[in-house]
Each structure stands twice: as C-alpha cells, then as structure tokens.
Design a protein around this ligand. Sequence first.
Ligand code: GLY
Length: 386
Amino acid sequence: MKDFSTFAPLDGATLDGAIAKALEINRDSLKDYTDKFKYSHSVDGVYPQSENVEWTTGFWTGELWLSWELSHEEAFREAALRQTDSFAERIEKRIDVEHHDMGFLYSPSCVAAYKLTGSEVGRKAALEAADNLVSRFQEKGQFIQAWGRLGDVKEYRLIIDCLLNIPLLFWASRETGDGRYEDVARRHLDTAISLVLRSDDSTFHTYFFDPETGRPTHGVTAQGNRDGSAWSRGQAWGVYGTALAWRYTHEERTREVFSRCLDFFLDHLPGDIIPYWDFDFSNPSTEPRDSSALAIVICGMLEASRSMPGMEGLEDVARRLMKVLIDKCAVMPGGSCNGLLAHATYARKSQWNTCRNRGVDECNIWGDYYYLEALRRLKGEWDPYW
Ligand code: GLY
C-alpha cells in the first residue's frame, strides 16, 4: 500500500473543530429541511428543498441522527423522528421505491431510528424496505436488479453501489430471525464480487446478464468515464461495501476483495489526495474532483480497522487522509454554502457514459453524510446504522 506517512495525522483539536463546524451548519439547516429534505446535491453551494423522493434522502436523515449522537441536542432527534415517519409513508405508499436503493434510503434513517430510540415505526418501515429489496432478486444470474422493470433485458444488471444496500438485508435477518434476507444478500454479494473486480483491482460499475440463461455477459459503466475505467465512487462503494459485508459474513473472500479495492483506490490517488471523479484522471487535470469518494473510503477503512483482523493499521492512514479532507474540503459555517463537504461530483458527462453534468464540484448529500459519519467514528466506538 502507498505510504501516507508524510501527511500529518488528525489531531483532537482539528477533529473537534470540524465536528463543531458541521453541527453549526446542520443546526442552521433544521428550519428549512425538517419537513423537506435536502436535494441530492447543492446548486451554487445551496441545497434545494426536496420531497422524500430519489435515492438520496436517507442521507440527510442520517446526518440528523449523527448530529444528535454528537451533540445530544433534542432538536436533531425530533427532526429525525419526523423524517422517520416520512420514510414509513414512502414505503407504505410505494413512492419512488421501484429500484434497489432501499439500503441507502432506510439504513441511515429508519434502522438508525430503531437502533438509537427503539422506534417501532422505523423498524417496521426498514423491514418493509428489505422485503422490497428482496423482491428485486433475480434467480437467473443470482443478483439484485438495480434499476428498471424487473426482467427488462436493457436493465438486467447489477451495480457495485448495491453493496451498500445489502447491509439492510443482513440487519433484517438478524432482527427477525428470518434467514431469507441474508440468503439473498449473500448470493448477491458472491455474484457481485466475482464479477466487478478486474485483474488490476479496479472495478466495473455495472455488470449485465443474459435474462434467458442468467449468464454474466459484460461490464459497462453508467457514471464512470468509460466502460474500462475505474469510477472513483464506484471503487469507493466497493471498499466500504465489502468492509460492511465482512462484519456480517466474516468470509475471507470478502476481506480479500476489500483489500484489493482499497489498495487500488489509495495507489491511484493524486499527489494532493482528493480523487478526481474517475481514476482515468490524475494531476495535472482540469477535471473535477469527487471528495465524496474519499469520505466513503475513509468510513470503510475505519470500519475495517475495528472489525477485520490484520487491518488495525488502517486507522492511522484514515486519520491522515481525514486531515487532508478537512483541510481542503470542509465547508466553513457562516457563508452561503449549507453543505458540509465541498468539491464533490454527482455525475460528469463524458463521451462514453450516459450522464449529464449534475452536481459537478458541489456538495452532495452522501458526501456530507459519510464525512459526518467519519467524524463520528473518529470520536470513539460507534454502532453503524448499516
Ligand atoms: N449510487 C449512485 C451514485 O453513487 O451516484
């Protein structure tokens, strides 16, 4: 693994200062984003208000729970519980839930509500979301179909991001004693990690199957620069997703994939650490960065350092990377920006992908969430919402 010892480790004063700044921004946000949610990304530094739609609203509720854990201020808890009710209504009425992102939505909102307050509303909604996720499992191919109408040949694929959705299934089995959820999670995990990792340890974003036979056919990107490149955030989902899977499975193969995904990510960081949105780009480049990918990876390293034997040393590296992330990307309170982590990119158009430019060099809500989760983890023991 690359040597980061020339970068200063995070000290207690910097950590506490970063937490205080994040809490100040989130405290100010409560008035506008309690009955509404923060949108997926900021526009000129400010989050538009959003209804509870898309795959991203759970991150804002998760930030409220983290803020409550860090401050014990009742206002955060009350707002998070109000939003838990919104998630219960969303799954009940099936509002924008015809996709696989049940974990991104329901782990940091409803599982957190249940773990932190014993909320039965949160528990019930999270279990219904887990049922919905299980319903997207395809026997032919042994994977959870990410997007689109089930069985549609144009959407018959898995995506690496789903590694962050399956912890909801592991949790659901432990919570209910019903092994059906975990069985689907394990089968999807096996399929995904056997296909997305390339021989150079970079990853495919998505992988297609033949719906007739279930045979895996080819890897394709949706948000990376090109099919054969390593989309930074996809690689980050691989790192954190396998670290979380290890917690539940303790399977050696998962640990090996974690290690390989992580080494590729760290080895390909630019000299100034904040990753470009795709590892096709390195210094010097005018392409935008994606700080959210680094925040996700730091969470994965902190998770592994405390749960995977032999990975204890990762905490020291994570602390050095976190110091860079704070110094270069943490938003200062009191300005016009109401996000926490600058220099993130949601989607960048390239000549080979299908994206439009969206949230380029802005804050995005998962970048803010994972940044705050990393700060929370660095304050001491933490029971993950995942
Ligand atoms: N899970 C979608 C994304 O990372 O943009």
